[in-house]
Write a protein that binds this ligand. Structure first.
Ligand SMILES: [Fe+2]
Ligand SMILES: [Fe+2]
Length: 206
């Protein structure tokens, strides 16, 4: 790779610059924009979905199977939040030290309990929330592909699960609302919130 003139050469022992950032900048990543997008996605995972999916799951009373699938999607969104937050700091960014401000930066609309909270309304909301997540994560994949392998790897792991989540809620909504069978291919996770792509031993992800 030829030396890029716009790249800062990190000085010996300098703790205020990061080679891990300069190398991806040199390959064309707009690091400041990437950090902003990662914070928006982290807020969507934590505030727009994980938090509100808790309430949605509570209201799926009488549909124990739907509850369990909502719980998988909820816990996997928490895993996504856990996976991506350390990356924000590695890139030199930080989370806002104010929860309402953080919530307001979310890239997806809060999945608030619909009125009336019918099972069809809840499943529709879950489906559309997953669709927002897919659109947000593929943007990070596009931005980092071939330039920032570490962010790309994390984003593509998350995207794998968001695509599965969409398929789950298409199956449930089609069955519940239209009496139609549109299989997702899903049976069940090994344990609630298993997160086969975004949570594994290679990452610190409690
Ligand atoms: Fe997610
Ligand atoms: Fe999801």
């Amino acid at each position: 790779m030829p030396e890029n003139k716009n790249t800062t050469v990190v000085k010996h022992g300098d703790v205020n610059q990061r080679v891990g950032v300069e190398v991806i900048r040199a390959r064309g990543v707009d690091v400041e924009k990437l950090i902003k997008m990662l914070i928006a996605n982290a807020a969507a995972e934590f505030a727009s979905t994980y938090y509100y999916y808790t309430i949605l799951r509570m209201h799926l009373a009488g549909y124990e199977d739907y509850k369990e699938i909502c719980e998988d999607a909820r816990l996997e969104d928490r895993a996504h939040w856990e996976l991506i937050v350390p990356r924000i700091y590695e890139l030199g960014g930080e989370l806002p030290n104010d929860l309402p401000a953080f919530h307001d930066q979310a890239g997806c609309r809060a999945a608030k309990l619909p009125d009336p909270p019918t099972v069809v309304n809840i499943l529709t909301l879950l489906l559309e929330s997953e669709r927002c997540a897919i659109r947000s994560w593929i943007e990070i994949c596009d931005m980092t592909f071939g330039k920032d392998p570490r962010t790309y790897d994390m984003a593509s792991r998350i995207l794998n699960e968001e695509i599965e989540h969409e398929a789950w809620f298409i199956e449930l909504l089609a069955h519940e609302r239209d009496g139609k069978t549109i299989p997702s291919g899903h049976f069940r996770r090994g344990e609630p919130g298993h997160a086969p792509y975004s949570k594994n031993a290679s990452f610190y992800n409690p």
